[in-house]
Design a protein around this ligand. Structure first.
Ligand SMILES: [Zn+2]
Length: 294
């Protein structure tokens, strides 16, 4: 990810695309989101009817149950008071640079009158950036390290970082953990690392339990392996990102959402257009049911 941070060419390409979208009307934005939400045509979330009447307000009335439906109902964008055009522009700006924007930068970029609106919008974005259901598989490099948060003190809070390589390409995971005790790490592995994975770690004592785990093939002291080096480099890039983009102001209880964003950006670092499309698809999909394993 770090090598992309100063990729001005990519940012410039993004900005050209953004210029065209700034001319979209609110109706065009609503239609765009409707097509993503209901690619096979409208389906009422209450009664599954497929016929609908559009209202002047932009909402829809179901022809069968007569309930009014908005394109954002039941999605992470539900109840947003911001124009959909602003939301889409904000999502676009958010990927104009590989590192994203702070709330202050976003407020300025899309002309929001209130800082809190920019903060809320970025929170909605982050709420659907986690990869909840898939597990790391193949070769998996794992590292832990302290991350400073607002109020954490100089020792920081421990974070587990992992990169997996498989036929599907690299996959990233960052989890805030309470500590690096064996039981805590085992619990996270059972949740996030598929059985049979080849696990690369350094020689730290807190990985010793992996040698006795038949579910994984442990490769200790793999410090010189490029995948583990990359994993450690990403922990460094994460520290820089939290400090430089977010001013070191992220609180411990919000850290996981920022880790999700960092992993999402790493996942799509090579293709910001795909990152934007994927974020919009998630923003207009079902609301994620997040549980935090710490
Ligand atoms: Zn209905």
């Amino acid at each position: 990810m770090s090598r992309n941070i100063h990729n001005a060419g990519m940012a410039s390409k993004q900005n050209k695309r953004m210029f065209n979208e700034e001319e979209w009307s609110e109706d065009q934005c609503r239609t765009y989101l409707s097509i993503i939400r209901w690619p096979d045509g409208f389906c009422c979330p209450h009664c599954q009817a497929t016929k609908v009447w559009p209202l002047k307000s932009g909402r829809l009335t179901c022809s069968k149950c007569r309930k009014q439906v908005s394109v954002t109902a039941g999605t992470p964008l539900q109840d947003t008071r911001l124009p959909l055009r602003t939301v889409l522009l904000a999502a676009r700006h958010s990927f104009a640079s590989p590192v994203g924007l702070s709330a202050v930068q976003l407020q300025k970029a899309v002309g929001l009158p209130r800082y809190q609106s920019a903060m809320n919008l970025l929170s909605r974005f982050r709420s659907c950036m986690a990869f909840p259901d898939d597990r790391m598989q193949g070769r998996v490099a794992v590292a832990t390290g302290p991350i400073r948060t607002a109020g954490s003190g100089p020792s920081g809070v421990p974070v587990l970082a992992a990169i997996a390589t498989s036929r599907q390409g690299p996959h990233y995971l960052f989890r805030r953990i309470l500590n690096t005790d064996a039981e805590r790490l085992k619990q996270n592995f059972r949740t996030y690392v598929q059985q049979g994975a080849v696990v690369l770690t350094d020689a730290a004592d807190h990985w010793a339990w992996l040698d006795a785990e038949s579910a994984y093939r442990h490769r200790p002291a793999a410090d010189q392996d490029p995948l583990l080096k990359r994993c450690n480099n990403l922990l460094g890039a994460l520290r820089d990102w939290l400090q430089n983009v977010h001013g070191g102001a992220v609180r411990t209880d919000h850290l996981q959402c920022y880790l999700d964003e960092f992993a999402f950006r790493a996942e799509y670092a090579e293709d910001p257009e795909l990152a934007y499309t994927e974020l919009v698809r998630r923003l207009i999909g079902p609301r994620p049911n997040r549980t935090f394993l710490v």
